[in-house]
Design a protein around this ligand. Structure first.
Ligand SMILES: [Zn+2]
Length: 217
């Protein structure tokens, strides 16, 4: 607790008083515009990266930003997705992987998972990613970054198996995006489905104003 208590005090005494009106208004209800699915990794700070405020993004986090296909897991992901899409009516769904991801390294067999049986079984939900890596491996040498990028796309496919998501997609009230955050250089890359590659977010601003669905998966 000694790492945390000073922060708690600072928040209550110095930070919160300035934010009080915002939180009072948020106590009436939340209306986030985005469901962000990302890794539990301590180096990711969703609000910092997106420069959003409390109340703007609804976040699901787990090891490897994995979304098990609908009905295949008893975890909380299904409920959180359903609530975000049908309860809160978010309009953006973002899957965000990141550089130096331990879960992706484990998926490549580069991390010893002996003694971590729950991690091992959780990563089974990324079997499709592993299959894609094996396929790509026949064409070129695969690096951790490739696995991370592929996994985001695989999880986007899994996301679409959830009934709330597939219905909302049919009704054209949500869009799904794939991102990779490289925290060591402060860059977010966004998957471009037209050119089938990730591009730096700084390069996409003009294109999205012309066509908001341009980067939707
Ligand atoms: Zn990670």
């Amino acid at each position: 607790m000694k790492n945390l208590l000073p922060g708690l005090r600072k928040f209550s005494e110095d930070v919160f008083p300035q934010l009080k009106p915002d939180f009072e208004s948020l106590s009436q209800g939340q209306k986030p515009h985005t469901l962000l699915i990302t890794c539990s990794d301590s180096r990711i700070d969703p609000n910092l990266v997106t420069q959003t405020q409390p109340g703007e993004i609804f976040v699901v986090r787990n090891a490897g930003n994995i979304i098990p296909p609908y009905g295949s897991s008893k975890g909380g992901e299904e409920a959180a997705i359903e609530f975000a899409v049908d309860g809160l009516r978010v309009t953006n769904l973002v899957i965000c992987g990141h550089s130096h991801c331990g879960a992706m390294a484990a998926l490549m067999g580069k991390v010893n998972l002996d003694g971590l049986p729950s991690v091992k079984s959780w990563l089974d939900h990324a079997q499709a990613t592993r299959r894609r890596i094996d396929m790509l491996n026949k064409q070129k040498e695969i690096h951790l970054g490739d696995v991370t990028e592929e996994n985001v796309l695989v999880q986007a496919d899994n996301l679409k198996t959830h009934p709330a998501v597939s219905t909302a997609l049919r009704e054209q009230r949500i869009r799904i995006y794939g991102w990779v955050y490289q925290f060591e250089i402060g860059t977010i890359s966004i998957f471009d489905p037209v050119n089938q590659k990730y591009i730096a977010s700084a390069e996409v601003k003009d294109e999205t104003s012309k066509d908001p669905s341009r980067f939707a998966l």
